[in-house]
Design a protein around this ligand. Structure first.
Ligand code: NI
Length: 391
């Protein structure tokens, strides 16, 4: 089955919503305008309940089906979109480009929100299911753990959600195609900062100093051996140093240097191995150089792990929309992080990627969500709900 007719009819309207949101990006939990827009739409569609303020600025809409012996009763399924943007300056030059310097929808969450609104409109009109559809709009996916905040705020219990599903666009995958895999689909993330304390002094008399720049440089290089020499080649690990700050003058060896970066893994055991090697490297180079190294590791998002049964289910629904050949069911995991992971820890479900076509990559200043994906995404959401909650 291709795109649903009604989803095609909604295409222009949902595109307008998407571009409206695109022009007004908001960051982290500060998504007040976006959340208000979402809540207004859900009210207008006639959702049975519209509840703002879940997980601070998250919004939940409840749509009860008209099928079954006791319409509106029965299992509830959660469909989730994210609402937040990124701290970037947009370079698309589009007429609907960001009106706020330093903020832009560079990950397509404007499109995710608009597509789920489109599906909510459709489902509120037709209600061809037995049970309840809960549409979940979360804040702060980009580093603020908004998904965790909603779960901790009782999202699953309060709305009786028994299964939960998420979707993200994917540049490079043709529009109309989907990709998914059972098990780990996105990485666990951790951020680290190492502060290297030496003894500053005159750059012409290095023997009287303890140079933290040289020590920090050794640490940067040694960290590169963790993925290449310590972790089993069959496993996945990323250790990226993304910051290196030290010194202000040509002729001064500074007192301190600071390096920082991110770790990505797909298995807890691998993460533990990486962390313990990082500590050993910092301690060893501190001892060898006479510096003091303080390493702080902040464990962030867990692995996004798809339930195998729900993955099969989601892939079958995607195949209805895209055809079996349009759905990759064994895609390679992505080493990016995703806080839908917290929802998947709370309930079984699956996260799927939908093709965004040949666009700039995610988090790139030239990125734009592809509006051609809208009817495919709406069709997926609608059929997922109708199939999961078939009478
Ligand atoms: Ni994203």
């Amino acid at each position: 089955m291709p795109i649903l007719n009604r989803a095609a009819e909604l295409h222009a309207e949902v595109t307008e919503w998407r571009r409206h949101l695109h022009a007004r990006p908001e960051l982290l939990y500060d998504v007040h305008e976006t959340a208000a827009f979402v809540a207004r739409k859900l009210e207008a569609f006639g959702c049975d309940e519209v509840v703002p303020g879940i997980g601070r600025t998250g919004v939940v809409g409840v749509i009860r089906g008209r099928l079954g012996a006791n319409p509106g009763e029965g299992p509830a399924i959660g469909l989730r979109a994210d609402m937040d943007a990124l701290p970037l300056n947009e370079t698309t030059g589009k007429p609907y480009a960001s009106q706020t310097p330093g903020k832009m929808h560079a990950c397509g969450h404007d499109g995710h929100t608009a597509m789920l609104l489109g599906a909510a409109k459709y489902l509120a009109e037709t209600r061809n299911f037995a049970g309840t559809v809960v549409v979940v709009f979360q804040p702060a996916e980009e580093g603020g753990a908004g998904g965790k905040a909603m779960v901790e705020d009782g999202l699953m219990e309060r709305f009786g959600i028994s299964r939960v599903f998420g979707m993200h666009n994917m540049p490079g995958l043709p529009v109309g195609r989907f990709a998914i895999r059972p098990g780990p689909i996105m990485a666990a993330t951790a951020e680290f900062t190492a502060t290297i304390e030496g003894r500053g002094g005159h750059a012409a008399m290095p023997h009287t100093t303890i140079d933290p720049v040289v020590a920090a440089s050794q640490i940067v290089l040694a960290l590169q051996t963790i993925a290449s020499r310590t972790v089993d080649p069959i496993d996945s690990a990323v250790v990226s140093v993304t910051k290196f700050h030290a010194g202000d003058a040509y002729n001064v060896i500074p007192q301190t240097a600071e390096i920082a970066g991110t770790v990505r893994t797909l298995r807890d055991e691998v993460a533990e191995t990486v962390f313990s090697r990082m500590r050993a490297i910092c301690d060893g180079i501190a001892a060898a150089t006479g510096t003091t190294v303080n390493l702080v590791i902040d464990v962030n998002y867990p692995v996004t792990r798809n339930d195998p049964r729900e993955t099969d289910f989601a892939a079958a629904v995607a195949a209805e929309v895209a055809g079996a050949a349009g759905v990759a069911t064994d895609m390679a995991p992505v080493m990016g992080g995703e806080d839908f992971s917290y929802m998947l820890l709370a309930r079984p479900g699956a996260f799927i990627f939908a093709g965004n076509g040949d666009t700039a990559g995610l988090h790139n200043p030239a990125y734009d969500f592809n509006d051609e994906l809208i009817p495919h995404g709406i069709s997926y959401w609608v059929r997922l709900a109708e199939t999961a909650l078939a009478r």
